[in-house]
Design a protein around this ligand. Structure first.
Ligand code: KG4
Ligand code: ZN
Length: 364
């Protein structure tokens, strides 16, 4: 593998990630300090706590990545950093750290959109592995994370056209809320997946929001339905409906409800992705974001992709959830395209990835 070597920094939410990535594909090192245990106590992320934890861990994470990669500063071509979207305080820690490193070492700074990173993770290869075949353009990208859910057509690196997005909750947010409702702890996604895997009954149907022909998503309805279904399951089990989550529900019922919820979310994600791929004449499908770590979603998407005769690219779970390598992947492409940021680069908590074609100027 060759190409520019980037030091990449990610701190947009609750993971402090620093990686060294060559040519937008080859990972030399990828260290993530997770704050999951820290936020489990509050059942969700407290932004101020997250920012302080980034500050505490960013230097040790750099040291660990540096030790793993065995490179010197003269090998580094640029410093890539997430500048949005994300939590303002968290973004600022990584951004200021990246600026300081770039300035002191005299390296160019490359601004990376976190969502571009989730998509570009599909191009990554772990240390010691040769990069595999590349996803072919045009492709359809599905990003499903704790903060975002959208479908985009991607015609080249950095060239996105938004097809649809969530009009309320992100898919991961729904997993987290329903996980809490079922008494499964934080984060809900992996816990709901585990519980659903143990289900023996598959009879509880949760509603699906198809939203007509659009590629938009809505997960607030399924979340509300989950609250209602959990309440009546508690009543039936002789438990108070307003108890602390559903922890006291029998495990078999929790499993069946987790399965029903997960099935509804995955059904909508998979069908809309397949329909979008067909509509835009995609040559491959790429999936990223924390929820893409869900095995059942991966299996369902694989079946849809096989029906369409399209290759499907989903990174391994550790590259689906937030990490520095994905920022190195997107940063490498941006760097090769000539993108350079100034030291006045600011955090953009609401940075979008792309606009809908209807919102873009008409083509002439
Ligand atoms: O991409 P990510 O690490 O952070 C954001 O950019 O938001 O995504 C985190 C989200 C959380 O909502 C978490 O519950 C969800 O991804 N998640 C999963 C699984 N693993 C993580 N959701 C469903 N199944 C999983 N196995
Ligand atoms: Zn993310």
């Amino acid at each position: 593998m060759s190409g520019p070597l980037l030091l990449a920094i990610e701190s947009s939410c609750d993971e402090t990630g620093i990686a060294l990535v060559e040519g937008g594909r080859q990972i030399l090192a990828n260290v993530v300090a997770s704050q999951v245990a820290l936020h489990a106590a509050t059942g969700g992320i407290v932004p101020e706590v997250a920012a302080r934890a980034h500050l505490r861990w960013i230097v040790p994470v750099l040291d660990a990545a540096w030790a793993d990669a065995n490179v010197s500063w003269s090998d580094i071509d640029a410093v890539a950093v997430t500048y949005g979207p994300g939590l303002a305080g968290s973004l600022l820690v990584g951004l200021n750290f990246a600026k300081a490193v770039a300035y002191v070492r005299g390296k160019p700074l490359v601004a990376v959109n976190h969502l571009d990173g989730h998509v570009e993770a599909a191009w990554l290869a772990d240390p010691g592995n040769e990069p595999g075949p590349e996803p072919e353009f045009p492709l359809v990208a599905l990003v499903v994370s704790g903060g975002h859910t959208f479908l985009a057509e991607m015609r080249d690196h950095g060239d996105y056209r938004l097809l649809g997005e969530t009009i309320d909750d992100a898919a991961g947010e729904a997993f987290d809320k329903v996980g809490r409702l079922l008494g499964l702890g934080y984060p809900g996604g992996p816990a709901v997946m585990r519980a659903a895997g143990a289900a023996t009954g598959h009879d509880v149907a949760f509603p699906r929001a198809w939203l007509g022909d659009s590629y938009d998503f809505s997960f607030s309805g399924v979340k509300t339905a989950a609250r209602r279904i959990v309440e009546s399951a508690r009543l039936e089990a002789g438990l108070p409906p307003d108890g602390p989550g559903a922890a006291a529900l029998p495990e078999s019922i929790v499993a069946e409800l987790a399965w029903g919820f997960q099935d509804a979310v995955i059904d909508v994600l998979a069908r809309k992705t397949a329909r979008a791929a067909r509509a835009v004449g995609a040559r491959s499908i790429v999936v990223g974001g924390g929820v893409a770590a869900n095995r059942v979603l991966a299996e369902r998407l694989a079946a849809e992709a096989a029906d369409l005769g399209l290759p499907l690219y989903i990174p391994r779970p550790g590259l689906c959830t937030d990490n520095g390598a994905m920022i190195g992947a997107a940063g490498g492409r941006r760097f090769l395209a000539g993108a350079r940021a100034g030291l006045d680069l600011d955090a953009r908590p609401n940075l979008p990835l792309a606009v809908r074609p209807s919102a873009a100027p008409a083509a002439t």
